[in-house]
Design a protein around this ligand. Structure first.
Ligand code: F6P
Length: 338
């Protein structure tokens, strides 16, 4: 072993006590991820601690030791039994310092953060300011994290949305109505686009692609001429039409005599429910991956899934804007909705 290698190995303190928290918007499968982290710790003979209410709980020292049995019967449950929060105090240096002191007080030597980009931004700051080892697991229904093909909760949310739209389609077609359905996703159109295709929507409005309100009207006029009697338009909450969904509904009704319009905002129903099998397996893989990464001395990284393989990217990369394009899916949506 060279001198440099020895120096690197000895610089990495052995991890013995790992804490896990869930932060930001909850997502189905977070419980399965916590379970996986706890059980991987147990498997590798490490101690595991659960932090309640995300970073807020870290600041207030709401930390409890967990063992393999503490996480029984939760793999099938939506939400997060550790609870979650969007902590304002953790955005301040003082808040993060309190959190760091509590980690030291509990002899914790690494933190696993299950959450989305806001949670990772906080994790990165904690790591940079206090040189504290952190590993992120992407958990958000939005699927908007760079460096992973999927985030935990996205698949379940998609199925929930498709199920809801199927039901709305029944009433839409019974009344020959046009429905505008708003779905979550913040600035990402993944839920809208994929659920829209899956539920056979006529139009899908996403933040990444501004189709313009006039083109939407044109397209709906054409649909009517081809014999469509009802229509479903899926609108991502972050769409760039410049109108909120109710204004959009009024605008369409004012400009298209043939349609009676209704608006439906699906809201937080999209975050609830039992996780799909895909999300349970994904969460299990990423939880084990996170603990193994810490054992290998990795820090300031996110464990993701790329082409079905568990992968590791830096937290900085995870926080970069995604470069992938929706073009091919948009074409599929256009072709299948003629
Ligand atoms: O990030 C998950 C998400 O559900 C987004 O899709 C949505 O914009 C946001 O959280 C809603 O947040 P809250 O529950 O805090 O209102």
């Amino acid at each position: 072993m060279s001198v440099i290698t020895i120096a690197l190995v000895t610089m990495t303190k052995k991890v013995e006590n790992i804490a896990v928290l869930t932060s930001g918007g909850d997502a189905p499968g977070m419980n399965a991820a916590i379970r996986s982290v706890v059980r991987a710790c147990s498997y590798y003979k490490l101690n595991c601690f659960g932090v309640f209410k995300g970073y807020e709980g870290l600041i207030n020292n709401e930390i409890e030791e967990l063992n393999a049995r503490s996480v029984r019967n939760i793999i099938n449950k939506g939400g997060t039994f550790l609870k979650s929060a969007r902590s304002q105090e953790f955005r301040t240096k003082e808040g993060r310092e309190k959190a760091y002191k509590n980690l030291l007080k509990n002899n914790i030597d690494a933190l696993v953060v299950i959450g989305g980009d806001g949670s990772f931004t906080g994790a990165l700051k904690l790591s940079e300011e206090f040189d504290f080892p952190v590993v992120g697991i992407p958990g958000t229904i939005d699927n908007d994290i760079n460096g992973t093909d999927y985030t935990i909760g996205y698949d379940t949310a998609l199925n929930t949305v498709v199920d809801a739209i199927d039901k709305i389609r029944d009433t839409a077609s019974s009344h020959n109505r046009l429905f505008l359905i708003e779905v979550m996703g913040r600035d990402a159109g993944d839920i809208a686009l994929n659920a829209g295709i899956g539920a056979g929507a006529e139009e899908i409005l996403i933040p990444e692609e501004d189709m313009g309100v006039e083109r939407l009207l044109d397209s709906l006029r054409k649909s009517k001429k081809t014999g469509k009697t009802s229509s479903i338009i899926v609108v991502a909450e972050g769409d760039k039409s410049g109108k909120n969904i109710f204004e959009l509904g009024e605008y369409v009704e004012e400009n298209l005599d043939d349609y009676e319009v209704r608006v439906s905002v699906l809201g937080h129903i999209q975050r609830g429910g039992a996780p799909s099998c895909y999300d349970r397996v994904l969460a299990s893989k990423l939880g084990v991956g996170a603990v193994e990464a810490l054992i290998e001395g990795k820090r300031e990284v996110m464990i993701g899934i790329v082409h079905k393989e568990v992968t590791i990217v830096t937290l900085k990369t995870a926080l970069e804007k995604r470069t992938h394009k929706h073009d091919k899916l948009i074409k599929v949506a256009d072709i299948t909705s003629v």
